[in-house]
Design a protein around this ligand. Sequence first.
Ligand SMILES: [Zn+2]
Length: 474
Amino acid sequence: MKRTLCIMAACALCVPSAAYISACAPQEEERSIYTITAAYDGADTLTGSVELNYLNDTENALDCLKFNLWGNAFREGAKHPAAEGLTSSSCGGMGITEVRGGTWSVGGEDENILEVVLGEPLYPDMRVSVGIDFKLDLAQADARTGVTEHTVNLGNFYPVLCAYGESGWLEYTYSQTGDPFVSETADYAVELTIPQGYTAAASGAAAESMTDGENVTLSYRLENARDFAAVLSQQFSVAERDAGGVAVKYYYYDDSEPQTVLDAAAESLNYFSEKFGKYPYSSFSVVQTGLTQGGMEYPALAMISDECRGTDAVYTAVHETAHQWWYAAVGSNQYTAAWQDEGLAEYSALMFFEDNTRYGFTRAGLTGSATKSYRAYFSVYNQLFADADTSMSRTLDEFSGEYEYANIAYNKALLMFDAVRAACGDDNFESALRRYCADYKFELAPPEGLTAAFAGYAGCEAIIRSFIDGEVII
Ligand SMILES: [Zn+2]
């Protein structure tokens, strides 16, 4: 997500058997597979079905699968609401209508978790298939999921398997601060049915489209992705260009100079591919939309708020493009260590702008702005709380709000990477990031994995620790 600028400036697949459990020796590239069908009714309802063919790549026998129902955070009365000011006429929600492959219940702290208890234990390297029928009522909200003035945002629109951590399934609740989403990579086959007249920007390019009466069904395939998202509109224009064989598209409805955002996305995609490793997908959609946050990243798709204009839009597009490496390819726990992907996205954007001066940003300007903002935050919080907690290692619900979150997860993290780079030198810094990217591609990288990438360079680990623990003076 990108908030700072707007805030600061303002076998083959082991297809399921009748018993729904099958064992097969996984091959190297085998992953879990989502098969999703979803139909949008042209108003505020999406009806769909998810078939998850899950490969147990944990080291434990599992008796259940747990899914996040992010759409339920838009229901009236949610304990952890996804957006401010939802009323009975503007709220939404996610209902489960049928589950195949186990007995099920919806629970968790905030009706945010679907638990499917399997008929028998699922041992490591075995597969199970679970089918879930759902109905998503879309809130009227400029949010990741919702109907906006010009678009329909379909982020987090289906039940998604929770990531599996050291102590089991990670059951995070929604948080308006930061991105609470943590999921493992899988392959996706998605069929999206929309009324004729709508254009869909999605995580991937539609391989096929089929018209049936008043509706069009679009088919997508996306491999090695930790999510799938789309944005629909009847008002989209599309600008497109190639970036090293990747089709980059900018969907917009109110931008008099669309080439600017398109170029920033395409050029930064090329730049990051060269610096960190090849972009993992065949297409990239940048989408102007109604969104309270400045931007939001999904695999092969970035939402850019229509409130971001000019250099704000450019900066946000580059930041979100960087998330294709630090989030989409190399995942991390965004709930417990938000600085990890946000800091890297910020610093990658700095690197791009430093080497592409025509956009008007400089390294000194960006670090200076981050320092100024961080010092103001530190001063205010020390006055308020006597001894401000400036540690970076905390969960999203431990931040007091957007102001503190932006200064810790974005500004302080940007300054940390700049200090590390100054200590180890430009070439070593880039080598370390390339190594980190290669080591954790399509995985969830722990913070220690990032620290370890700099282990060979004197002083770098200590710098990272001093920032993370809050000891450093800025
Ligand atoms: Zn971000």
